[in-house]
Ligand binder design. Structure first.
Ligand code: HEM
Length: 134
C-alpha cells in the first residue's frame, strides 16, 4: 500500500522535473549509455517521439498502483512476443530514472528518491508479470 505522503512527494517532484525540458533527454542519455542491451533495443528509435510517449506513460505508471490494467497495452508491447524487453532491464530503467530526477529536481533528497521508487515499482512489477503471458 502506497502512502498518501509518497504520492504527494512524487507528484511534486514529477511536476518540477516536467518543467525542465531536458529531463527526459537526460533520462534517455543515462538509460541508453548504461547498458549495451538497452542501446541495441533503441538503435532505430526516433528519440524525440519516444520522449513524448514516455512522458504520457509515466502518468499511467503512477496510476498503476491502484489500477494496473491501465498498463495492459504497454505490457503487451514490451512482452516476449513484441519488443521482448527482458525483466532484468526494468531495474536499469528505474535506476536511470532516479539518476535523471536527481540531476533535474532541485529539491531532490532521499524521500524524493523513495517516492519515485515506490510509485514506479508496482507498474514495473505488473509489466514484468505479463512478460511471457501469451
Ligand atoms: C516501466 C518502464 C517503461 C515504460 C513506462 C516504457 C514506456 C514505453 C512507451 C510508452 C513506449 C512507446 C510504445 C508505443 O509505441 O506506443 C515504449 C517503447 C519502447 N520501449 Fe519502453 N518503457 C519502459 C521500459 C522499457 C525498458 C526497460 C526497455 C529496455 C530497453 C524499453 C524499451 C523500449 C523500446 C525498444 C521501445 C520501442 C521504441 C521504438 O518505437 O523504436 N522500455 N516504451
Amino acid at each position: 500500500m502506497i502512502q498518501r505522503y509518497s504520492v504527494k512527494v512524487f507528484n511534486d517532484s514529477f511536476e518540477r522535473c516536467s518543467r525542465d525540458p531536458a529531463f527526459l533527454e537526460r533520462f534517455y542519455e543515462i538509460f541508453i549509455s548504461s547498458n549495451d542491451e538497452v542501446r541495441e533495443k533503441f538503435k532505430n528509435t526516433d528519440m524525440e517521439n519516444q520522449k513524448g510517449v514516455l512522458r504520457i506513460s509515466l502518468s499511467y505508471m503512477m496510476l498503476a498502483h491502484q489500477t494496473p490494467n491501465v498498463l495492459d497495452k504497454l505490457a503487451v508491447q514490451h512482452n516476449t512476443q513484441n519488443l521482448d524487453i527482458k525483466p532484468h532491464l526494468y531495474s536499469v530503467w528505474l535506476d536511470s530514472m532516479v539518476r535523471a530526477v536527481k540531476l533535474t529536481d532541485l529539491e531532490y533528497d532521499d524521500g524524493v528518491e523513495q517516492a519515485w521508487r515506490d510509485m514506479m515499482q508496482p507498474g514495473i512489477d505488473y509489466i514484468i508479470s505479463k512478460y511471457d503471458d501469451i
